[in-house]
Design a binder for this molecule. Structure first.
Ligand SMILES: Cc1cc2nc3c(=O)[nH]c(=O)nc-3n(C[C@H](O)[C@H](O)[C@H](O)COP(=O)(O)OP(=O)(O)OC[C@H]3O[C@@H](n4cnc5c(N)ncnc54)[C@H](O)[C@@H]3O)c2cc1C
Length: 456
């Protein structure tokens, strides 16, 4: 093993590169990244003393292996938890924002008493929700959608008002097609182990894991600082940005890596850390059946629309981290983060920063709207929902086309079949958000595992 080529410089490819630099410095590693910057969907920018995250703004810090990684790249001391405020999430119901009690964990109630006090759900809906612990465990081994799971365990209303916007929203997905076992393996396992999610969450709360586990953290200086920190820990790795891989030649090592521009490279092992659709294009010569499976992993597009405003443009103060919008409300905004409430240091004094998400599986066309139209629509809806008056100081739109993988029904079987085919091609490793977890900690774990496999 002398030469490894990593294709894709998002967090997965970077985690793989760092792990190789640290554990196998004798291997010659080259990382190719199509864009002219590293980080993939992680992109932080500053404007007028505001700090903007074009893509992810934070992550859950509960996976030990990812936490070890933060320590290795020296950012552990700079991680900033989201502000500890009561009443973090609100959900739009009949045009008004209603509190989702903090005791809801993963969209599920861990404390039935707080459900009864919530105005988000009608009285019959609450009664149905309170019966969750008596709903029998599912015996059917077939894959179940998030929507079916929620309706079965908690009722239709809890699905429409909580499950769809909160959990479907994390993946910008159509919850009717999203696979529970692939997208929310924790919930799936909880039903298997405890027979009831309410009981499982209560057990976690008692063991004090639930509350601590679900804190979001970011880097004090924005997610982009994490990318910079990893970059500075890449040792002797050769990083080539602005170089897209066109194709791989060969069905076994040494592979020839053909870039769109520049000279071909030879590799004894390859880590492909791109979205699945890009991996399919790159590998079309190497293994057509693998490409066909990779192309079956659907992707959706989304856009983040930022509005920077004066505090006085609001009729009433913003409460919590932001809100989610069920599809039944008929709005363009899917979710909105009150950025300046969620993390300190994101906006100057007397100013607020709002970030609305639009698009996703349920509204795919909106992503093509011109920026001005998107901003106008978001501003108009925020006027109705949070009482935002007048024009923003400035606005910005970040579009992410085909950037979010969808773990739709059958995803785990598809990934299993992909793994089997990949095992038959020595030296080839696939990693990243497309397969076994889309969160940043999952991508880090995937990148580190890829480094281990590629250097065997
Ligand atoms: C808008 C948005 C918000 C999100 N919010 C959160 C959040 O708050 N918390 C969280 O935990 N997760 C969040 N996620 C998910 C998480 O950010 C991603 O799953 C993760 O960052 C993906 O990392 P990756 O390296 O696997 O892929 P990517 O970041 O997509 O990186 C893949 C890289 O491969 C490159 N590439 C593609 N084709 C080629 C080629 N042919 N040759 C060379 N390079 C190529 C691309 O340019 C890209 O840089 C969010 C995702 C999005 C899109």
């Amino acid at each position: 093993m002398n030469r490894v080529v990593i294709i894709g410089g998002g967090i997965t490819g970077l985690a793989a590169a760092h792990t190789l630099a640290r554990t196998r410095p004798e291997i010659a590693v080259t990382l190719l990244e199509a864009r002219d910057r590293l980080g993939g969907v992680i992109l932080t920018e500053e404007e007028d003393a505001f700090l903007l995250e074009g893509g992810p703004d934070s992550f859950l810090a509960r996976k030990q292996e990812a936490n070890d990684f933060w320590r290795e790249v020296g950012v552990e001391g700079d991680l900033l938890p989201a502000q500890d405020i009561h009443g973090r999430v609100r959900i739009l119901r009949d045009g008004r924002l209603r509190l989702l009690p903090d005791s809801f964990n993963l969209g599920m109630p861990s404390d039935v008493r707080s459900v009864l006090a919530a105005s988000l759900i009608s009285i019959p809906g609450k009664l149905r929700l309170a019966l969750e612990r008596f709903v029998p465990r599912r015996r059917d081994p077939s894959d179940e959608s998030l929507a079916d799971f929620f309706r079965r365990r908690l009722g239709r209303e809890a699905y429409e008002r909580i499950g769809e916007p909160l959990l479907g929203g994390i993946h910008a997905a159509d919850a009717e097609r999203l696979s529970l076992s692939a997208a929310f393996p924790d919930l799936y396992a909880m039903e298997g182990e405890h027979g009831s999610i309410t009981r499982a969450l209560k057990a976690r709360r008692i063991s004090n894991e639930g509350e601590r586990g679900l804190r979001f953290v970011t880097h004090r200086g924005g997610m982009g600082k994490i990318v910079q920190a990893i970059e500075s820990h890449l040792g002797g790795i050769e990083v080539r940005t602005g170089v897209a891989c066109k194709e791989i030649q060969g069905k076994a090592p040494p592979f020839r890596v053909i870039p769109e521009n520049g000279d071909a490279l030879e590799a004894d092992a390859l880590i492909i850390a791109t979205p699945a659709h890009a991996a399919a294009r790159i590998l079309k010569e190497t293994c057509p059946p693998l490409c066909s499976l990779l192309n079956q992993i659907a992707y959706v597009s989304t856009a983040a629309v930022y509005l920077a405003c004066h505090e006085k443009a609001l009729k009433r103060p913003l409460e919590g981290y932001g809100f989610l919008v069920p599809r039944t409300e008929g709005k363009t905004i899917n979710a909105c983060t009150f950025v300046s409430n969620k993390f300190i240091g994101r906006a100057p004094e007397d100013r607020i920063l709002l970030r609305a998400f639009v698009g996703g599986a349920l509204d795919p066309d909106v992503i093509q709207w011109p920026g001005e139209r998107l901003v106008r629509r978001v501003r108009d809806e925020l006027k109705e929902i949070v009482g935002l008056e007048g024009e923003p100081i400035w606005s910005r739109v970040y579009r992410w086309e085909n950037a979010l993988p969808q773990y739709n029904l059958g995803h785990r079987d598809r990934v299993h079949a992909i793994d089997k085919l990949v095992k038959g091609i020595p030296g080839l490793v696939l990693a990243g958000a497309a397969y076994k977890g889309t969160g940043i900690p999952d991508c880090i774990i995937s990148g580190r595992l890829a480094a281990k496999r590629a250097s065997r």
